[in-house]
Design a protein around this ligand. Structure first.
Ligand code: NAD
Ligand code: UDP
Length: 338
């Protein structure tokens, strides 16, 4: 298919682009480079040699730019990764998250409607659930996000549902990601955050590199088996595969779906640290620091809907995720070239 990928130079989008292109899809990537470097495009092309991959630098909120990207391009489906993703930034600047994540999607949906494009896979998040009432989270769990980032994801899900109610042929997949980590097994592609990483895995890889002195574990007094926070980590390559499964679902089953994409089990911070040390053969220093404001003690996915409906399951284990994250970071200590 001819697929328009927004945010396709970002962490998850780039890995998914490689898998889409290797599966024979022809891609038109749109990214404003707000959180990505242009050299990611070369790596996507390197990992999917010979594939048809075009790139347009544009913001999804720019209706005129979208119009010219869609015009005559024969787009058949959209994968929508473009968005902002920092919980802390969203608390400091909620309007920005509403504007980019919700506003950007509204403009994208208008362009799709004008050009008769009826299939979209959207990057949603487990943050749409909020404080767990029961675990694992199933898709029918109450939706009460605790921060503007999660709220913007839920608002987009609602916008997609409204669009499906309005337009007979419109179908969407809202994929609620848990904690994607890891990198392309080649070591050529991975997560490349700006500045000091907020998330656990990129922080760990930078400690292993010697760029940061020690891990700070945010809280060891939670009601979890070892006191540290528990999350459902999944390999970014599994997540990419989930997008291909969702696209196939939209085409073959001709229905919309909201589905969790997680491994279906949780690991504590100390367990991730242990897995990282085993996978890399390095010992890392750490301190116990106060809890991070807004953190939830523990959660993981019930991933059975994705297994049943999409035929998708996470395959990689936690040590694979750590090994691949480390291979990427060790081979690219400064991330992607400028
Ligand atoms: P990322 O920042 O690496 O990728 C997002 C890409 O979108 C970047 O390349 C950025 O330049 C681009 N972008 C942002 N706003 C844009 C706009 N208005 N117009 C055009 N391009 C724009 O993030 P990621 O980790 O790859 O996440 C991808 C999507 O998945 C995001 O929507 C994010 O909210 C969602 N998500 C991520 C996680 C995670 O842990 N990484 C978890 C759940 C959901
Ligand atoms: N975490 C930590 N130190 C860090 C970064 C994260 O202890 O430097 C913990 C955090 O408190 C949480 C887990 O690691 O329990 C995963 O955090 P991350 O920011 O990667 O993901 P999210 O909070 O979005 O689930």
């Amino acid at each position: 298919m001819r697929v328009l990928v927004t945010g396709g130079l970002g962490y998850i989008g780039s890995h998914t682009c490689v898998e889409l292109a290797r599966d024979g899809h022809r891609l038109l990537i749109i990214d404003n480079l707000g959180n990505a470097k242009p050299s990611v495009l070369e790596r996507i092309r390197e990992l999917a040699p010979g594939a048809a991959i075009e790139f347009v630098r544009a913001d999804v909120r720019d209706a005129a730019a979208l119009e010219s990207a869609f015009a005559g391009a024969g787009i058949e489906a959209v994968m929508h990764f473009a968005g902002l993703k920092s919980v802390s930034e969203s608390m400091a600047n909620p309007a920005l998250y509403r504007d980019n994540n919700l506003g950007g999607t509204a403009i994208l949906l208008k362009a799709m409607a004008r050009h008769g494009v009826e299939r979209i896979v959207f990057s949603s998040s487990a943050t749409v659930y909020g404080v767990p009432e029961q675990l694992p989270y199933t898709e029918s769990h109450r939706l009460q996000p605790a921060n503007p980032y999660g709220q913007s994801k839920l608002q987009v899900e609602r916008l997609l549902a409204a669009q499906a109610a309005l337009r007979a042929g419109f179908r969407y997949a809202a994929l609620r990601y848990f904690n994607p980590i890891g990198a392309h097994p080649s070591g050529r592609m991975g997560e490349d955050p700006r500045g000091v990483p907020e998330n656990l895995l990129p922080y760990l890889t930078q400690v292993a590199l010697g760029r940061l002195p020690r891990l700070r574990i945010y809280g060891a007094d939670y009601a979890t088996p070892d006191g540290t926070g528990v999350r459902d980590y999944l390999h970014v390559m599994d997540l990419a595969a989930g997008h291909l499964a969702a696209l196939a679902y939209l085409c073959d089953r001709d229905r919309s779906i909201c589905a969790n994409l997680g491994a279906g089990r949780g690991y504590s911070v100390l367990e991730v640290l242990g897995a990282f040390e085993r996978a890399t053969g390095r010992k890392l220093a750490y301190d116990i620091a106060p809890r991070r404001p807004g953190d939830i003690a523990a959660y993981h996915a019930d991933a059975s809907l994705a297994a049943r409906e999409l035929g998708w399951k996470a395959r990689y284990g936690i040590e694979d995720m750590c090994r691949d994250a480390w291979r990427w970071q060790a081979q690219n200590p400064a991330g992607y070239p400028d």
